[in-house]
Design a protein around this ligand. Structure first.
Ligand code: ADP
Ligand code: MG
Length: 551
């Protein structure tokens, strides 16, 4: 630490470039500071540093190391504690999470030693180094923030235990789903609505969730014991109900149930099949070499839909594409909301069948394929549909949302389906089979803006900049954090560097994102990544214009 103090005093008042001289490793009382990368000027991205706190100094409780979910939760908790100790002036910053507990690279646990990765905005007046101010940040404030964020003497150990227990329970609940024939579980007393589209915290004074008796299940957790709630079984589940009664809110909470949430989020006991994928329409997106023929066929002027590509998909085409892509990735649960669906993809009623002959309608609606998905491909669908009763015939379970509460109306819906037959003609006469499109020429994915200059960058949660192209991720709803977008960019970069032909893309990406490889990747001092799912990496690739897929 003395060496750093002296050096900062020595360069005080000099040009900003002289900061480069502080890169390196310094020993502090109880921890080591690594200054890995010094920013080139005051306006560049802040300098990247790490603090490695000795195990006896961190002195984490043994319960923090007991299981993988607990370790992840402890790392998440430490990043949050570091963030709140560093205050609001942004001189010291860490990439800690918000409502979700993702697998982030901001902290690493190695046995009991804690590595915290953060950034420092090295101070200047104009381009002149403010060495004394830098000394205050790095040599006075930082040791205090490190102690507050990563040592058991200063951490709130009760809150840490709650954080870890809640995450461990969510993982256990999620693992229990498949064994119990469920695709999702929503515990009683959950709070599902959010404050606003830009504020993901729970809505205050929301009405808590309560499952109807007939759809209740009890699942066990290692910390909280048995938990009661709504079990959504495999097969076809319909969520119906009047507008504004909470259908979409329930579906969104379930879509986010693939991730763990912090205690108090309200969705911290809402869990979903980890591969469940939200399917939606997204007109304007790109589609590459996909077989859309089960849903869209005989386009005017004979355009091929078995290897369909476009730079400007329509609503129905984009939704069919999302469906095929999810199945390619191995999804066994689809989540669909009428609010984000193309009507002509979802339904085609008797009157329309009478007016427009099947031969003149390229679309085979989802209502005619949904059973085949269940029976032939073992793919479950959870569908919000308040606008049409044509799905009653195929639903295994029908849940009505009424005043934000779920009711079991399966029997009534079935009776109605018998009393009022739709008179529709079944349009799916052929078998449903999906030939996955998995090959890609890695070397033709080019993130270069100029020769030798690659640019891969996240612009918030919504956009991945990949070389000269921007990938619009707004409709990829199960991306929940900008740090996932950075990680997606990193994976695509690795794919581009690989050069050779990849024959099984989801499998390869799955390998890169498995526990071992992800943790090895996080050995790089990169502190602002969060692990995405394979399907979100594929979603970015699928939307990248000019991506070199092969059929
Ligand atoms: P639907 O999809 O049935 O039309 P939404 O799910 O969009 O309804 O919900 C309508 C409104 O009700 C939203 O503003 C949402 O935040 C609010 N809301 C949903 N669930 C609850 C709840 N449990 N308590 C209070 N407000 C809720
Ligand atoms: Mg809705």
């Amino acid at each position: 630490m003395e060496a750093l103090t002296r050096q900062l005093e020595r360069i005080d008042g000099r040009g900003y470039k002289a900061y480069k001289s502080i890169a390196g490793e310094y020993r502090f009382d109880g921890f080591s500071l690594m200054i890995d990368h010094v920013q080139a000027d005051p306006f560049a991205a802040p300098s990247r540093c790490r603090a490695v706190i000795d195990a006896p100094v961190a002195d984490l409780p043994a319960s923090a190391l007991r299981s993988e979910p607990r370790r992840r939760a402890a790392r998440d908790f430490i990043a949050r504690a570091f963030r709140s100790a560093s205050g609001s002036d942004k001189a010291l910053a860490i990439d800690a999470g918000h409502q979700t507990v993702l697998d982030r690279t901001a902290t690493v646990l190695d046995d009991g030693a804690v590595e915290v990765r953060f950034t420092v905005q090295l101070p200047a007046r104009g381009r002149t180094i403010l060495g004394r101010q830098a000394r205050t940040i790095l040599c006075d404030r930082l040791p205090d923030v490190v102690r507050a964020g990563a040592t058991s003497r200063r951490l709130d150990l009760d809150a840490l235990e709650t954080h870890m227990a809640r995450v461990e329970d969510q993982v256990a609940l999620r693992e229990e789903l498949a064994r119990r024939g469920l695709v999702a579980f929503v515990a009683n007393q959950s709070v599902l609505p959010r404050r606003s589209g830009v504020d993901d915290r729970p809505l205050e004074q929301a009405i808590p969730f309560q499952a109807p008796e007939s759809l209740s299940v009890r699942l066990d957790t290692p910390n909280a014991g048995p938990v009661d709630g709504l079990g959504i079984t495999t097969g076809i589940t319909l969520i119906v109900g009047g507008g504004f009664h909470g259908k979409s809110t329930l579906l969104s909470a379930i879509a986010e149930g693939v991730y763990d949430h912090i205690p108090g989020d309200g969705r911290d006991r809402v869990v979903t099949d980890p591969d469940a994928t939200k399917i939606r329409a997204e007109d304007g997106r790109a589609v590459h070499q996909l077989d859309l023929s089960p849903y869209i066929n005989h386009l005017p002027y004979g355009k091929d839909t078995q290897r369909f590509s476009t730079d400007l998909a329509s609503g129905s085409t984009s939704q069919a594409a999302a469906l095929q892509e999810a199945i390619e990735c191995g999804a066994r649960t689809l989540l669909v909301d009428e609010d984000t669906s193309a009507t002509n993809f979802m339904i085609r009623d008797r009157r329309m069948q009478a007016l427009v002959a099947k031969e003149r309608e390229p679309i085979t609606p989802f209502v005619d394929r949904i059973r085949q998905l269940r029976d032939d491909l073992a793919v479950s669908t959870l569908l919000v549909m308040g606008g049409s009763g044509d799905y009653f015939d195929c639903a295994d379970t029908v849940i009505q949302m009424q005043g934000y509460q779920p009711l079991d109306v399966t029997r009534e819906a079935r009776d109605i389906a018998q009393a009022h037959v739709t008179g529709r003609t079944e349009e799916a006469i052929d078998a449903l089979d999906v030939t996955p499109r998995r090959a890609l020429q890695g070397g033709r994915l080019n993130p270069e803006t100029k020769p030798g200059k690659t640019k891969i960058q996240a612009r918030g949660r919504d956009t991945l900049i990949f070389g000269r192209t921007d990938v619009d991720l707004r409709a990829v709803e199960q991306i929940v954090d900008a740090s996932q977008v950075r990680a997606i960019g990193m994976v695509l970069g690795r794919l581009a560097r690989r050069g050779e032909r990849v024959t099984d893309l989801p499998a390869l990406i799955g390998e890169w994102l498995n526990d071992e490889q992800w943790h090895r990747m996080s050995q790089h001092p990169e502190g602002n990544l969060a692990r995405p799912r394979v399907s979100e990496v594929m979603a970015a690739l699928n939307r990248l214009r000019g991506a070199p897929f092969e059929s």
